[in-house]
Design a protein around this ligand. Structure first.
Ligand SMILES: Nc1ncnc2c1ncn2[C@@H]1O[C@H](COP(=O)(O)OP(=O)(O)OP(=O)(O)O)[C@@H](O)[C@H]1O
Length: 324
């Protein structure tokens, strides 16, 4: 299994939902699409599963040595954004029906049901109508419906949405186990902290464009993290004097005593400490590493403000706006 997406674009009316996207998913990888609402994640997924066609570009899928222009029926499990099970049927009825559609035998269905209902803590809900289940439990049933036929590829549109932290961890573990068995996974998500623990590749989208793409290290680099330093003084200082420090490029007050500082490129931490100690007694000093989540928020904000959004922000600073 190998998926190649080449210069794919999709427009709805005057909305460019997906703009010239290219990427490759080698078999056995977990590939995550991230991005704010309307970034184009679901539009891309719908093209991949063949629900819509790209306006431009190609999708090529290599499966067992054969090339296809879309995903062959039956080789993948798809969790759609609009969940599609029968609310007036029980959990078991829904899953039996899906299993039959997938060509599983009765005993295979029974085996899969036993395994997954137990795994996802749904055994006691098996005879309940879906309409009686919480959103999170409905989501878990929907997930089982994608897993029952043990597909080589899983395409999951927001698999973590509606799940509590414990169930998010459950799903994370299940996906990691499936990957270990060779399953390829393409998922979209908003939960960056979860995805960064799981994904081999991440593609961060905004307005249908790539903001950053690669493994965690590459994506972090592309988002151009600026290291900053947090300092807390034991007593009030004349904060205006922070702007006079030779080593300080930007500063921002976090409280009366605490400040966030960014260094000039040529400045050293020693120089900073010396200058700060002349302003007051330091109670605390630490290096701040922004999380991927924070970097991403800043990058999307920057991308949205840029007059020409066909440029990616990968080489631009994400730390503007902190008044000196
Ligand atoms: N069928 C459609 N008809 C018209 N516009 C659409 C259609 N599907 C998507 N769009 C538009 O395309 C853009 C991308 O939407 P898409 O659903 O792909 O984003 P998304 O990243 O999946 O967002 P979310 O995180 O909210 O699910 C949005 O502006 C959306 O309004």
């Amino acid at each position: 299994m190998h998926i190649e997406v080449s210069h794919v674009a999709k427009t709805y009316g005057n909305v460019q939902a997906v703009q010239d996207l290219s990427f490759t998913i080698p078999g056995g990888q977990i590939f995550a699409l991230l991005g704010p609402n309307g970034a184009g994640k679901s539009s891309l997924i719908r093209m991949l599963v063949g629900l819509t066609l790209p306006d431009q570009g190609q999708i090529s899928v290599t499966l067992a040595g054969q090339q296809h222009s879309s995903l062959p029926e039956g080789c993948f499990g798809y969790l759609p954004e609009d969940r599609g099970l029968y609310l007036d049927k029980t959990v078991v009825e829904n899953l039996q029906y899906i299993g039959q559609l997938r060509g599983l035998t009765k005993s295979q269905i029974a085996e899969q049901l036993e395994h997954w209902l137990q795994r996802l803590d749904l055994l006691d809900k098996r005879k309940e109508n879906l309409s009686k289940l919480s959103k999170g439990n409905q989501q878990k049933v929907q997930l089982i419906s994608c897993l029952m036929h043990q597909p080589a590829l899983l395409i999951l549109d927001e698999p973590f949405s509606g799940l509590d932290p414990i169930n998010q961890e459950h799903v994370l573990t299940i996906l990691a186990e499936l990957k270990a068995k060779g399953t390829t996974v393409l998922l979209s998500a908003h939960q960056m902290a979860l995805v960064e623990r799981l994904a081999d590749q991440m593609m961060l989208l905004n307005k249908g464009q790539v903001v950053a793409h690669g493994n965690l290290q590459q994506v972090t680099q592309q988002l151009d993290p600026k290291v900053s330093y947090s300092v807390r003084f034991t007593a009030n200082i004349d904060s205006a004097k922070l702007g006079d420090c030779q080593s300080v490029r930007h500063w921002q007050a976090q409280s009366e005593l605490q400040f966030l500082l960014e260094l000039h490129d040529h400045a050293t931490v020693n120089q900073l400490l010396q200058e700060l100690s002349q302003l007051g007694t330091l109670a605390d000093f630490s290096r701040q590493q922004p999380s991927l989540h924070d970097l991403y928020l800043a990058a999307v904000q920057h991308h949205n403000q840029a007059p020409d959004t066909t440029q990616t922000i990968s080489t631009q600073s994400i730390s503007e706006g902190v008044a000196a």
